[in-house]
Design a protein around this ligand. Sequence first.
Ligand code: OOG
Ligand code: MG
Length: 261
Amino acid sequence: MLEPGALALIADMVDHAQTHAHTMPKITDAHPGMTIDDGYDVQDELLRRWELRGRRLYGYKAGLTSRAKMAQMGVDVPSFGLLMRDTCDPDGGVVSTAGLIHPRVEAEIAFVTAADLAGPDLSPDDILAATAAIAPAIEIIDSRFERFKFDLPSVVADNGSSARLVIGGRARRPATVDLGALGVVLEINGEPLSFASSGAVLGHPVTVMQMLVGWLHGRGRILPAGSVVLTGAVTEAFPIKPGDAICARFQDLGSINVRVQ
Ligand code: OOG
Ligand code: MG
């Protein structure tokens, strides 16, 4: 539990660190009693402030959903975060790292929803029936904690290290792809750095969607039609720098190409 008044102070600190690209101490150092739910309350407060500034919610991200990511970050519970419209960049374009501290890239499967999803216990079929498209994605993450060292309450308060995302390639209807076993290759400057299967995220990306909708339900919310959801990196994340060319190739879904600036 956070002490009274702490939530606003933590939101101030995270907001400042994100806006001015500086690191901050792990939040639990100063607030050892902070829980994961407190971290989500910080996200709610950040969203309230961002919307007042005209920023708009685009969807949600899941993180730490693959073994590779859990092992890389030393955390074994998935997390959820907010995706804002102004953090999207186009496929084939340039991703600016200006304003980022130590960005890393990840390859992910994205869902685009066609109908509202709500409830504690949806089945995979419920999710897929409400899914307009499956699309390839890359996420650029940027922790506001030094050397990307955090615990779960802290990273949740930092909105799951969200920084930028690119949705691209060839989106497909869910029924036309083998969503549990799509091959993914992530390359930087032509060098393949990792190979994975879409099944790396909790066995099947639809499981992440079930968890997300259940978690939203627990917080009194729904996943509205038209949401974009990143289901989490299928491999570990790799550092990027200006000049890098990133290519993420997805079996049956085409590829995403961006240059880093
Ligand atoms: C947390 C965000 C993880 C993913 O796809 O697993 C994430 C982090 O590793 O900084 O976005
Ligand atoms: Mg991610």
